[in-house]
Ligand binder design. Sequence first.
Ligand SMILES: CC(C)(COP(=O)(O)OP(=O)(O)OC[C@H]1O[C@@H](n2cnc3c(N)ncnc32)[C@H](O[C@H]2O[C@H](COP(=O)(O)OP(=O)(O)OP(=O)(O)O)[C@@H](O)[C@H]2O)[C@@H]1O)[C@@H](O)C(=O)NCCC(=O)NCCS
Ligand SMILES: Nc1ncnc2[nH]cnc12
Length: 301
Amino acid sequence: MAELSALLAPRTVRTPATVAAPVGDRKFCRRIARLAVRSLYAELALYPKPGLISLVDNGSHEDMTAETFLRSMFALRRYFLDIAEAGMAGAPFAELKRLGLAAEERMLRATLGTNTHRGAIFCLGLLSAAIGRCRAAGACLSPGAIRNALIEHWGTELGAHSVDAGTQSHGAKALRRYAATGAREEGARGFPSVFEVGLPALRRTLGQGRGMRRARIDALFSLMAHISDTNVYHRGGINGALTVRSQARAFVARGGSAAPDWEARALARHRDFVAARLSPGGAADLLGAVCFVHAACGGEG
Ligand SMILES: CC(C)(COP(=O)(O)OP(=O)(O)OC[C@H]1O[C@@H](n2cnc3c(N)ncnc32)[C@H](O[C@H]2O[C@H](COP(=O)(O)OP(=O)(O)OP(=O)(O)O)[C@@H](O)[C@H]2O)[C@@H]1O)[C@@H](O)C(=O)NCCC(=O)NCCS
Ligand SMILES: Nc1ncnc2[nH]cnc12
């Protein structure tokens, strides 16, 4: 666990100015990789998250625990460094894909075959590459600059990153059966849920002085209310997806974490989702991405 405390130790450097250090700086990419893993940890540690695993309980899952997620995070540290460097060097999409697939294999070895972070490997990986690209261009890190870099450099290939006919992933099945768009569509559109939904919700709550825990809760519920989460379709079909969306919308409509009883209501949703075996894993991955972009742009990690 010494490694865990090193991983989570407070960052000594936080300002955007430091993020804009000279091109080719490996230290910069190491810092980005550390932020990516810390953001995945922030998502894991948040509680209560409806149906999702946290340090408190396993939510709707029998085959994975917080420990499985921690093992996966350790296995991914090198990946985020490599893909940030690849992005900085202007690598083609095929190279990012090769790194992503190798990371998926590493994750599956570390978790004995459980899919903990496939969505996060895709989403935070591409964002790491885009951050590397911004740095190479000498651009100041901002959400807009990161998104532009992603679309400008890999948008065409991301738009064409369709499901192969034989793919049997849960996401591919949800697409065929329910036209649920999932992670691929998010990537193809430059992660609109991160930049237009989750991050604004996080920042709004922070701006209103309610602190980071509530900001993450509001970001998560906003994402659940908005996205097409193939993990929810896989486990709950159309009715499950409608339940997740309507419950999350009701939570947001009552003021989210500004409501005096927000915590009791979030806990009640957690119990409901566990009873229905629902798990909004895609929203969890996107929350990790929101925390990552916020921290990379100089916000509190
Ligand atoms: C493009 C890929 C991400 C492939 O996607 P596809 O949809 O075909 O594959 P899945 O195997 O279903 O993985 C997609 C994961 O993405 C997450 N997700 C779902 N909806 C969204 C969304 N709207 N936006 C973003 N992310 C989303 C989701 O991750 C969570 O679910 C995990 C558990 O899922 P699963 O194993 O299906 O289900 P269980 O609950 O375990 O079911 P049971 O077994 O118990 O029944 C959870 O941990 C979260 O992580 C999906 O899992 C990508 O794989 C790809 O193309 N990879 C190649 C590499 C590449 O090209 N990289 C590009 C550069 S990085
Ligand atoms: N905390 C979590 N619980 C279940 N699935 C997830 N996928 C990503 N984060 C998750």
